[in-house]
Design a binder for this molecule. Structure first.
Ligand code: GDP
Ligand code: MG
Length: 391
């Protein structure tokens, strides 16, 4: 039988962000390798590059399926780490995943410096409320020192421009590739990076007393057991036997199983990445974007006001203004919903501007002030916003 999850250290969710090919997946693998080989007191298992980069379909094991996540443990903390795809087509996943991040590792190749997706990910991180970023200046094994100094300056400027206090953000020069090969200079750099994450990313406030809420990221069936939903607990706690409702599916049910990273657990709490087995729920009744919540704890709605930054053309946004009547997709938590935009008296918003708007969504979703979201159109992100009021 499976070993139960024992909560011995504070749990945080972090992830790698940055331009494609700057080394996010290599670094993720290197982190698990360095920690796995540290031995004493660490339960970390090495996860190879190929196991991180493979397609989700191949990965269904236990009732935890979200293989974008790896787990590891430093001396002081337990981390769930999501290796976010770098390509713009996957920004949708980054946005919905990043909504739960307590901190992020921004991976920048010392050889290439800031690239368009580097800037886009920093912007999105800001918009979805990631308040702490640590920089991994990767490929430092191959970079020229003076050029790397310039890249560091450039990254600090970018972070300052987005309100991250670029002067105080830790920037660590690493080589994921050399650390994977076991080169002591570079395994030491991974240790330094992890120390920076441990100390610079604060333990966030967890809303444990709030009613349970989990945005559904994935749904799967376990033969003989039933339907399982996975995702990160946004707030509250949940135990086996608790009643829940699934908003979007209009289903009332009971949680009959609870796991994290393939390990059964008694109680999950805000911040945990979990899989919930739901009693008597048909596989096709639930999907990504639905919300599992304590019964009667949320009232979904479709009208809200928001502060929105319309991405500039340079950031990959639109080339033309948006106006009232615009009808893009809204990515809110894990949901993807069409919405009608009303810009009020202002009537138009140009790329690069920050505006207030009211939105009427195509269906009801749980909304609240402070909630971050992305606006997408034709497969690319064109805006990022925050809900200011509901109704
Ligand atoms: P991702 O797209 O950001 O996940 O990047 P990958 O981890 O897939 O790496 C992209 C390429 O860069 C691969 O060919 C890696 O071998 C190479 N690479 C990654 N990290 C390093 C590094 O630290 N040094 C060098 N020289 N190459 C690296
Ligand atoms: Mg990758």
């Amino acid at each position: 039988s499976k070993t139960a999850y024992v909560r011995t250290k504070p749990h945080l969710n972090i992830g790698t962000m940055g331009h494609v090919d700057h080394g996010k997946t290599t670094l993720t693998a290197a982190i698990t390798k360095v920690l796995a080989e540290r031995g004493s007191g660490s339960s970390t298992q090495y996860v190879s590059f190929d196991r991180i980069d493979r397609a989700p379909e191949e990965a269904a094991r236990g009732i935890t399926i979200n293989i974008a996540h790896v787990e590891y443990e430093t001396d002081t903390r337990h981390y769930a780490h999501v290796d976010m795809p770098g390509h713009a087509d996957y920004v949708k996943n980054m946005v919905t995943g990043a909504a739960q991040l307590d901190g992020a590792i921004l991976v920048v190749s010392a050889l290439d410096g800031i690239m368009p997706q580097t800037a886009e990910h920093v912007l999105l991180a800001r918009q979805v409320g990631v308040n702490h970023i640590v920089v991994a200046l990767n490929k430092a094994d191959a970079g020229d020192e003076e050029l790397t100094d310039l890249v560091e300056l450039e990254v600090r400027e970018l972070l300052s421009a987005h309100g991250y206090g670029g002067d105080s953000v830790p920037v660590v020069r690493v080589s994921g590739l050399k650390a994977l090969e076991g080169d002591p200079r570079w395994t030491g750099a991974i240790d330094a990076l992890l120390d920076a994450v441990d100390t610079y990313v604060p333990m966030p406030e967890r809303y444990l007393d709030a009613p349970f809420l989990l945005p559904v990221e994935n749904v799967l069936t376990i033969t003989g057991r039933g339907t399982v939903v996975t995702g990160a607990v946004e707030r509250g706690t949940i135990r086996v036997g608790d009643r829940v409702e699934v908003l979007g599916a209009s289903v009332d049910t009971v949680v009959t199983g609870l796991e994290t990273f393939g390990k059964p657990m008694e109680e999950a709490q805000a911040g945990d990445n979990v899989a919930l087995l739901l009693r008597g729920v048909a596989r096709d009744a639930v999907r990504r974007g639905h919300i599992v919540a304590a019964p009667d704890s949320v009232v979904p709605s479709r009208h809200f006001s928001a502060q929105v930054y319309v991405l500039s053309t340079r950031e990959g946004g639109r080339t033309t203004p948006v106006s009232t009547g615009y009808r893009p997709q809204f990515y809110i938590r894990t949901a993807d919903v069409v919405g009608d935009v009303d810009l009020g008296e202002r009537a138009v918003a140009r790329p690069g501007e920050t505006v207030t708007m009211t939105v009427s969504l195509g269906r009801d979703v749980p909304l609240e002030p402070g909630l971050g979201f992305a606006i997408r159109e034709g497969g690319r992100t064109v805006g990022a916003g925050t809900v200011t009021s509901v109704g």
